[in-house]
Design a protein around this ligand. Structure first.
Ligand SMILES: Nc1ncnc2c1ncn2[C@@H]1O[C@H](COP(=O)(O)OP(=O)(O)O)[C@@H](O)[C@H]1O
Ligand SMILES: [Mg+2]
Length: 237
């Protein structure tokens, strides 16, 4: 699988997030593990990059760091032209709400809330739009993922595939610069995996968002603009 690292960014594609020589240790004492051992990558507008690699090699740890959910032990993360190490927790939370969307393997929707309400939660945190506009935006996004007619249905009344499509829409709710998806199709059958991947792929390209996808599905990985292979906390190709 050598496709990836040879692909060069399209002309004019702006870099939105860079990781430079990232190191991370987890655990303490004798059980401390050097999980990431100098990882660099560049995420650009409208490009979808995938990471493949064996379980335990550090993929989720990297996404957590790049998504500002945890701090690096070495190296740098640049987002919105700022180095994140210098940013305080409040600023990092603000930047995360504004610039970053997440899709996980499990959808993490609030079961008792409607699909639209689930999309409005991250919008509320950002506090950029009024109540009515947030609802309109939620319905429009749900239309984009093929769920317009289910916007007022409670999350626990949707199928697994539909729930994950709502999770994709929720990740895009604040028009983030970057979307991180950590095995988003891991719980889905082939048909729904393909649908969720196509959605992420299409929406990121249409909206000019950068996307980083962790997946065990070689077929989906190969359909990204670039494929990075991780082994023992390093990119090897
Ligand atoms: N809290 C922790 N303490 C010690 N080691 C951890 C902790 N969390 C994760 N790890 C280790 O870090 C490594 C990378 O984990 P992870 O990023 O989840 O891998 P992946 O997503 O590639 O499967 C694994 O070896 C895991 O056992
Ligand atoms: Mg993982």
């Amino acid at each position: 699988m050598s496709v990836g690292s040879e692909a060069s960014p399209p002309a004019g594609s702006r870099s939105v997030l860079q990781g430079k020589g990232i190191h991370k240790y987890l655990g303490s004492g004798e059980r401390q593990v050097h999980v990431l051992r100098g990882v660099s990558l560049d995420l650009r507008e409208g490009r979808m990059v995938s990471i493949v690699g064996p379980s335990g090699c550090g993929k989720s740890t990297l996404l957590y760091l790049l998504g500002l959910l945890d701090r690096v032990d070495g190296g740098e993360i640049h987002l919105a032209d700022r180095e994140m190490g210098a940013a305080g927790d409040y600023q990092r939370t603000q930047l995360r709400n504004e610039h970053i969307g997440f899709v996980f393997q499990f959808h993490f929707l609030l079961a008792e809330f409607t699909a639209a309400e689930n999309l409005m939660l991250p919008m509320r945190k950002l506090a950029r739009w009024g109540e009515e506009e947030m609802h309109e935006r939620a319905v429009e996004l749900l239309r984009e993922v093929g769920l317009a007619e289910k916007s007022e249905r409670r999350a626990n009344q949707l199928s697994g595939g539909e729930q994950q499509r709502v999770a994709v829409a929720r990740a895009l709710a604040n028009e983030p610069s970057v979307v991180f998806a950590d095995e988003p199709t891991g719980n889905l059958d082939v048909k729904n995996s393909s649908m969720v991947f196509d959605l992420l792929n299409r929406l990121c390209h249409e909206r000019g968002q950068a996307a980083l996808l962790v997946t065990h599905n070689q077929n989906l990985a190969g359909r990204c603009d670039e494929v990075l292979t991780m082994q023992d906390g390093l990119f090897v190709g």
